[in-house]
Design a protein. Structure first.
Length: 458
């Protein structure tokens, strides 16, 4: 139960038998239930946050909460139960300012190495008991997490395989002190493909379901914000068709819909034909798949360096910042750029040419409009609140940008040659249609985003 775990409540579980350990790669198939397995070390790591989050400290306490049989009852064997109150205490930090050990994030692989935070273990969950009396792996375990942060890291995963796996580091010993008990960890490196995830049960890569996208480089799939998927649906009134096109992926079909202001559903045929339509009334059609857009008041977890389809004609951009950082020298900024094309390359000496930057931890908070306006103080003081809702409205026809914070107008800028005198090309850049937005890795604040309806700014 991820909600209970990330909320700091106690969560219990019990490993049923040795076959479970074999099935999930904890033990080689040659081991049987007749062996006795003790736990010398037990560490569970939460699914990591993003690279640009502020430093957080995570504590994970794992405690045996009952008795467990160490040896099976047989005719010539005594039954032994053991009860211990030893706690396996793990403490680690994400994004530490410094770390002597330089621990590797256990979720890191080639596909996600630019997405994950750095990690530093300050106390490992390994017991040092001179009598070597440890708990049985088959006892009931209680896990409790202490995170000095909010709940923004609860992964919103698609139940493609019934569960989301958290990684554990376990030191197991048997009664013969066998040296070869090691968890099998398949490599996630050197894998090509888009929108896929690794199925740890079958040890194969699979496609994320229609209406979802890969997360953490394919560690799991998460729902694509503001969409509802419907299998075996694809029939619609002929007059509702906006465009029909052969596509290479489900993601491309949904992108087509998001880029069209009138689209309400993306429909994919079994042969890869994408139909985008202006109605959400899609009925049954065997073998087809439909992804239907809906008004989405919920916040989506933001992912940096990832083009996000956006239509400023229909939606404002809303960003939630949770200012929990205590260090006054920590950079605290929003960096969002506007793209004309998914593959638009960086230009202008390595910087994107459209977008805004908001710097919050200056003596005077400022905003900057790329290729137009340098760092400029806001028109009003920031609302006195740790949690702030930022709304960015862009009127392309009139080159006008408005920025709100918790409903209060902070800036209202109409671009002109006089205002944007620092860059003579500003009009060419901002005349192009904006189809995507992207947040930079060094953005430390934009942890949640959503599409606004241009009226509600609170």
């Amino acid at each position: 139960n991820l909600q209970e775990l990330y909320s700091g409540n106690k969560t219990t579980f019990r490993i049923p038998n040795a076959q479970w350990l074999v099935d999930y790669g904890w033990l080689p198939p040659t081991d049987t239930e007749e062996k006795v397995f003790y736990v010398k070390g037990f560490e569970i790591f939460l699914v990591s946050g993003l690279e640009s989050d502020p430093t957080i400290q995570v504590g994970v306490d794992i405690t045996p909460s009952g008795t467990a049989v160490l040896m099976k009852d047989t005719q010539d064997r005594t039954r032994y139960d053991i009860t211990t109150n030893q706690t396996y205490e793990l403490i680690y930090k994400e994004n530490p300012y410094s770390c002597e050990r330089g621990d590797k994030n256990p979720y890191k692989c080639d596909r996600n190495r630019d997405m994950l935070s750095k990690m530093c273990v300050e106390k490992d969950g390994v017991l040092e008991n001179k009598y070597q009396v440890y708990s049985s792996i088959f006892t009931e375990w209680t896990v409790q997490v202490d995170v000095n942060s909010d709940l923004k890291r609860i992964p919103d995963f698609v139940e493609v395989d019934e569960t989301l796996f958290l990684l554990a580091k376990v030191t197991l010993c048997d009664k013969n002190k066998a040296p070869n008990l090691a968890m099998h960890t398949p490599s996630l490196d050197e894998v090509s493909g888009d929108n896929i995830y690794y199925d740890r049960k079958t040890q194969r890569w699979k496609s994320c379901p229609f209406g979802s996208r890969e997360a953490l480089g394919g560690y799991y799939c998460e729902p694509r914000p503001c969409w509802r998927k419907e299998d075996n649906k694809g029939d619609y009134p002929p007059s509702a068709l906006i465009e029909e096109k052969k596509v290479a992926s489900e993601e491309e079909c949904m992108d087509m819909c998001e880029e069209n202001a009138d689209c309400r559903a993306a429909i994919l045929s079994p042969t890869g034909d994408c139909h985008i339509v202006n109605t959400a009334e899609v009925t049954e059609r065997a073998g087809w798949k439909a992804a239907i857009t809906y008004r989405c008041p919920e916040w989506a977890l933001n992912r940096r360096e990832e083009p996000i389809p956006w239509n400023f004609t229909r939606n404002s951009l809303q960003i939630r910042t949770d200012d929990k950082t205590e260090s006054p020298w920590t950079r605290s900024s929003i960096y969002v750029y506007f793209l004309n094309d998914r593959e638009e390359s960086e230009s202008n000496s390595g910087m994107y040419v459209r977008g805004i930057t908001i710097k919050l931890r200056n003596n005077s908070p400022t905003y900057r409009v790329t290729s137009c306006l340098p760092d400029t103080p806001f028109d009003e003081e920031l609302p006195d609140s740790d949690i702030r809702l930022w709304t960015v409205d862009w009127d392309a026809e009139n080159f006008r940008m408005k920025i709100f914070c918790n409903g209060q107008k902070m800036a209202d800028l109409t671009m002109s040659d006089w205002v944007c005198s620092a860059d003579a090309d500003w009009r060419r850049y901002y005349s192009e249609e904006i189809k995507f937005i992207t947040f930079m890795n060094f953005d430390s604040e934009s942890n949640h985003i959503r599409r606004g309806d241009k009226t509600n700014r609170t």
